[in-house]
Design a protein around this ligand. Structure first.
Ligand SMILES: [Zn+2]
Ligand SMILES: [Zn+2]
Length: 286
């Protein structure tokens, strides 16, 4: 098992924190700040806020750490400018692993928005992004779609992940072989991929379920690890406080960890939304 596949969120957080500290050594840097908007009067969540004094003036900057799976486009810049105006920020920084799209970069510079590149492509492979500086994970949903490609004469079995609470990205779901768009502008902020291809037009309900189950088994170590590395203390908790399928600590407070019932077992809402209940149904976990 390649341990590099599993990002350590704490390391990531520390890296961003260290980078900001280095750049603004005299500033007060706050993670996961919330500020009441001057215009909107509603609470604005700020990934990281930076406050310092320069020539006796207070300077306030905001940092967005949310763009790891797509390039930052002009729409995101627009949204960030709105946030800057509303919170009274003098400048903003975006942490991204992929940079800006054409046009967005120039526009950003004009508006006092800088960007810092970080190599975190693995977040996409990983299929999830935890909240900044907090030990909770945003809700992840997974959908499966089988779509026959007329050009390739093959049925593509897609897995599409959505991370609720994360910056939303939409894209076309394309055939990996001929690049025909099969689904247009689908929300894919957790990434998507073809997990199996069939040489026929349609599959049965049984084949549909079997495909998901074998995929879940094959990737189980991955999503097990994903939860357990964040929840080292969970071994100390009583079993009934853990999701029966993924062992994540159940907590009413967060959408992904909310307890729910399936076949008499208490499981987390994320497992419910990820079709992992098929593992219970087919007695793979029992
Ligand atoms: Zn195709
Ligand atoms: Zn679970």
């Amino acid at each position: 098992m390649n341990s590099r596949k599993y990002p350590d969120w704490k390391d990531y957080e520390k890296q961003i924190f260290a980078a900001i500290k280095e750049e603004f050594p005299k500033a007060t840097v706050t993670f996961n700040d919330s500020i009441k908007g001057k215009e909107s009067k509603s609470i604005r969540q700020i990934d990281v806020s930076i406050r310092f004094k320069e020539n006796r003036k207070s300077v306030f900057g905001i940092v967005e750490c949310k763009y790891f799976t797509r390039k930052v486009d002009i729409g995101k810049i627009d949204a960030l400018i709105g946030k800057m105006v509303d919170t009274g920020a003098h400048f903003a920084l975006i942490f991204t692993s992929l940079g800006f799209t054409k046009g967005a970069e120039q526009f950003a510079k004009k508006c006092n928005i800088g960007f810092r590149q970080v190599p975190f492509e693995f977040l996409k492979d990983f299929g999830y992004v935890p909240a900044n500086g907090l030990d909770d994970v945003f809700m992840q949903e997974i959908t499966y779609n089988e779509i026959y490609c007329e050009k390739c004469k093959k049925l593509n079995f897609y897995e599409i992940k959505v991370v609720r609470g994360f910056a939303d990205f939409n894209e076309d779901i394309i055939c990996p072989e001929c690049k025909t768009p099969h689904l247009k502008n689908v929300r894919t902020d957790g990434g998507y991929k073809v997990i199996k291809r069939f040489n026929k037009k349609s599959i049965t309900e049984k084949e549909y379920k079997e495909t998901i189950v074998s995929h879940l088994i094959a990737t189980r170590e991955e999503w097990d690890k994903k939860h357990t590395f964040l929840w080292e203390h969970l071994k100390l908790l009583p079993k009934d406080e853990l999701c029966f399928i993924c062992s994540k600590h159940l907590d009413q407070g967060f959408p992904g960890t909310m307890p729910t019932e399936h076949e008499g077992k208490t499981i987390c809402f994320e497992c419910m939304m990820s079709q992992r209940t098929l593992l219970l149904d087919s007695k793979i976990v029992c």
